[in-house]
Write a protein that binds this ligand. Structure first.
Ligand SMILES: CSC[C@H]1O[C@@H](n2cnc3c(O)ncnc32)[C@H](O)[C@@H]1O
Ligand SMILES: [Zn+2]
Length: 435
């Protein structure tokens, strides 16, 4: 017998048409959205269904974090107030070399997933070492994830070089084939850590496997200067020559872009993961998001890792994206609230090739959705729920989260993840890392 639940919010957000419905019920059948109907019609059709009443709440699709290094929650606050390459070379890479293991990645990823679900994120596009541990942590938590199998040229305790990373990626993709909430990308780390030959292998393999590619690109001016010195061209020109720029690619950051580069990226259908807080904290620069969107590029939103953000708070991130776009362009109409919500939901889903299953509340899609309680002091009065979701909300107001139909957060409480255990593991790692 199918399990039917009628979810009855005060406001139901239709991201695809920028419309807010009132007086409607979302009909959930097992793991899917079966219909959205006026409440009376839904009760007539399913008189025996379970009912979830959300009288002060907005119901919307779950947020998609388009660029994350989930396990880096265990390095949150480890090294702050530094530029990217100093942060990586002198602090993060030495710490990762010493501590990162299957166990570290499993525990750090679970901590990240708990924080993300608590804040309304139902899916993440990850990139890290120990890909199998990332997948296992997500499966154990019932979280939807795109596992980025990282590939670098230099050896780490995880793999001795590009070839070893690729072999591990292939084995992992094979092991988790058929997992309903898990997908894989190949994730060459960045133009400065991956050779032309390895990028070539990644493109061929991704084509053969029919999977995406996830890479940091044009994050800092230093990256561009380094490429000009080593290769005689900017990274994007090099990557275009290698054939990397296509609709299969999610390019994280893309902060420093010329008009011609924006036009090229738009033409090739590359997706961009915008990471406003990380770009600000590392002082990487201000991405030209309004120009990217105007050129027709699909831009989603990501947090980056908790070691450079230092939160995994997608509502804070989309607010920052909207505010930065206005401040930067001198135009208050730049990146309006609806667009920020679309980027953080449907935009992310599109970038992952998953917009047929998530990103909007539509019949046939997976029930990945969140309810947000707008009765709190900070969101009173309420003329427009969309305004509050972008400009006024605190993530603590997320009250309910469903992933693939499973209620993961009920009245603000995680239902599946055991928070005390996850917190105990974080304390264990803090003691080990601090020595
Ligand atoms: C190979 S797995 C990911 C790798 O990337 C490092 N990292 C985290 N944040 C950033 C960033 O903003 N730019 C470049 N690299 C980053 C992380 O520490 C892992 O080593
Ligand atoms: Zn990153």
């Amino acid at each position: 017998m199918p399990r039917i639940t009628l979810v009855q919010p005060r406001w139901l957000l239709q991201i695809e048409s920028r419309n807010v419905l009132t007086g409607h019920a979302l009909v959930m059948q097992d793991d899917r959205i079966a219909a959205i109907l006026p409440q009376a019609d839904a009760h007539t059709a399913w008189p025996d269904a379970a009912v979830v009443n959300l009288p002060d709440h907005a119901l919307m699709p779950g947020l998609v974090n388009l660029h994350a290094h989930s396990a880096m929650t265990l390095l949150r606050g480890y090294a702050d107030d530094l530029a990217l390459m100093t942060w990586l070379n002198e602090h993060i890479w030495p710490a990762e070399g010493k501590h990162v293991s299957d166990e570290f990645v499993y525990d750090g990823t679970q901590l990240a997933i708990a924080e993300m679900i608590r804040g309304g994120t139902t899916c993440a596009n990850d990139m890290y070492f120990h890909h199998g541990a990332v997948a296992r942590a997500a499966i154990a938590s019932g979280f939807r994830i795109m596992v980025g199998c990282s590939i670098l040229e230099f050896p780490t305790p995880y793999a001795s070089g590009a070839d070893a990373y690729i072999q591990k990626a292939l084995a992992c993709i094979d092991e988790f084939r058929g997992e309903p909430l898990v997908g894989f990308t190949l994730a060459p780390h960045a133009p400065y850590t991956v050779s032309d030959a390895t990028f070539g292998r990644v493109i061929t393999l991704a084509d053969e496997l029919g999977i995406g590619i996830h890479c940091h690109i044009h994050e800092t001016q230093d990256e561009i200067a380094g490429s000009l010195k080593e290769h005689g061209v900017r990274p994007l020109e090099r990557l275009a020559g290698l054939g990397l720029l296509s609709g299969q690619l999610v390019a994280a950051h893309m902060v420093h872009m010329t008009d011609a580069e924006i036009a090229l990226v738009a033409k090739r259908g590359v997706h961009i993961a915008h990471n406003p807080a990380s770009n600000l904290k590392l002082a990487s620069g201000f991405a030209r998001v309004t120009d990217q969107l105007t050129a027709g590029i699909n831009v989603g939103i990501g947090t980056d890792g908790a070691a450079s953000n230092n939160k995994l708070d997608m509502f804070a991130e989309l607010r920052l994206a909207a505010l930065l776009a206005k401040g930067q362009s001198g135009n208050p109409e730049a990146l309006p609230a609806w667009q920020a919500l679309e980027m953080a939901t449907l935009g992310g889903a599109r970038a992952l090739g998953w917009d047929d299953r998530i990103g909007t509340l539509e019949a046939g899609k997976a029930a990945d959705m969140i309810a947000v309680d707008l009765s709190a002091l900070g969101t009173q009065p309420c003329f427009d729920p969309v305004s509050h979701l972008v400009y006024a909300l605190d993530r603590q107001q997320v009250s309910h989260v469903w992933i693939n139909g499973e209620l993961q957060l009920a009245d603000g409480e995680l239902t599946r993840i055991k928070l005390p255990q996850v917190a105990a593991r974080a304390r264990h790692w803090q003691q080990r890392i601090a020595g």
